[in-house]
Ligand binder design. Structure first.
Ligand code: ACO
Length: 175
């Protein structure tokens, strides 16, 4: 298999790749690579994969990049990751954990898993599971006392397979 993958050391990564579990990476199929989001991922189909999840409008590269830098400026808060196909250097899976700091629980923190999506052609190959395992590991290694997420009823079995349990309800008010 010829590889078009851009090595991590040639990328401007959102956070250090050392925070990603080697154990999880070792369980990935050999044709994909899991790493932090990079500043050039606008060109690797980042928004196209997110559109599997919900409505995504293209803000243009400069606005995408401004968002990347403004999120990264919030130190130790956002941890966006991607899975890239080695054959094409295109993104096939995405996810993020957001670390919320609190005044309660002895100034504790909570990890919020957000925006999980796997390209339709790659679903069912455990990429979603590896994304959740990676983000949960980052949350727990950041000292979070719990990691939580919202999902549809259809996705409950997937998250149960990832070790999560249904707890309480979600409330929402859209502007
Ligand atoms: N119903 C039942 N079981 C499921 C489902 C489902 N909808 N989805 C996955 N599973 C099971 C798999 O069969 C597998 O089980 P196994 O270990 O017994 O073989 C296990 O869960 C792991 O599945 P993966 O192969 O890792 O799942 P995949 O890579 O397809 O990713 C995901 C799952 C992320 C839900 C994907 O289907 C997707 O992108 N869906 C559209 C977008 C979406 O709904 N994202 C989640 C939104 S919630 C949030 O962002 C917090």
């Amino acid at each position: 298999m010829s590889s078009k993958l851009t090595p991590d050391n040639e990328l401007d990564l959102f956070f250090s790749a050392d925070l990603i579990s080697d154990q999880v990476k070792a369980q990935l199929y050999p044709d994909v690579h899991l790493r932090p989001l990079a500043s050039t991922d606008y060109h690797r189909g980042h928004l196209a994969v997110l559109s599997v999840l919900t409505v995504v409008s293209d803000p243009g590269e400069s606005n995408w990049l401004a968002q990347f830098h403004s999120m990264r400026a919030a130190s130790k808060t956002y941890y966006p990751i991607v899975i890239v196909s080695k054959q094409t250097d295109r993104i096939v899976g995405v996810g993020c954990v957001f670390i919320e700091r609190k005044f309660l629980r002895g100034l504790g923190s909570v990890g919020h898993i957000e925006d999980i999506a796997v390209d339709k052609s790659q679903q069912g190959k455990k990429l979603g599971l590896r994304i959740i395992q990676t983000l949960t590991g980052i949350s727990e290694n950041s000292g979070c006392y719990k990691t939580i997420l919202n999902c549809s009823d259809e996705n409950i079995p997937f998250y149960e397979k990832c070790g999560y349990q249904k707890k309480e309800n979600e409330m929402a008010k859209y502007a």
